[in-house]
Design a protein around this ligand. Sequence first.
Ligand code: GLP
Length: 248
Amino acid sequence: MNVIIRPDEQSVTDTAYLFVKDRMNRKRYRVLGLPTGGTPLRLYRALVEGHQRGDIDFADVHTFNLDEYIGLEGDHPQSYRHFMQVNLFDHINIAADNIHFLSGLPTDIEDECEAYEEAIVELGGIKLQILGIGRTGHIGFNEPTSSLASRTRDKTLTRETVEDNRRFFDSDEEVPRWALTMGVGTIMEAREILLIATGRSKADAVAAMVEGPVTAMCTASALQMHPRTTVILDEAAAAKLDEDEYYR
Ligand code: GLP
């Protein structure tokens, strides 16, 4: 795991942007895995600006998002599909057919998840998977006790995750408790992984991911077993790392 510590959120974004731009300008990196959440917002803005400057072309790029809430239509303002549309897809030259998303209203959950896995394989696999991390140490919605070999499936969200998501909804009752998510095993098949984390609330999860044991209690710790993972952190998210001098 390559750990990069930057002074603040803006420099995390700048570093992550250069990393993604570099990969996207290589022919074989045309299939991306994407996260939602507050953390990647600045990176998505930077990618839009990079596209507007002519530095990044999305014409033949395919994207697979990590997860989606069960029960929300793709055009629901709090759906992850909608989040991606307004924060990224509306502003870049990606073909609509190249945007791959799990449905929040699947007719059959197993079929939906299997078809998603098949679509990834058909396109030759995800080349760069971008990730955030939840307070429970989750990647995608792979909450603690998720199998580290898990595939795309439905998952119940923990109380902490529901609380964290509450800020986006009008009332407690509206916050989904259930989601579809790529599995840890699915994520681990990406050729390269970039995880970004900022802010003090992520410091415990980051320390568990980087320096803790590999355990299903922190599914991000599985990334210790991935051959090409880069983690970009701000000082606040890196605050609980014991070996921070070494990473610097
Ligand atoms: C959700 C998403 C994750 C994301 C996490 C952290 O749980 N499923 O992919 O990493 O939120 O979100 P934020 O970046 O808002 O802290």
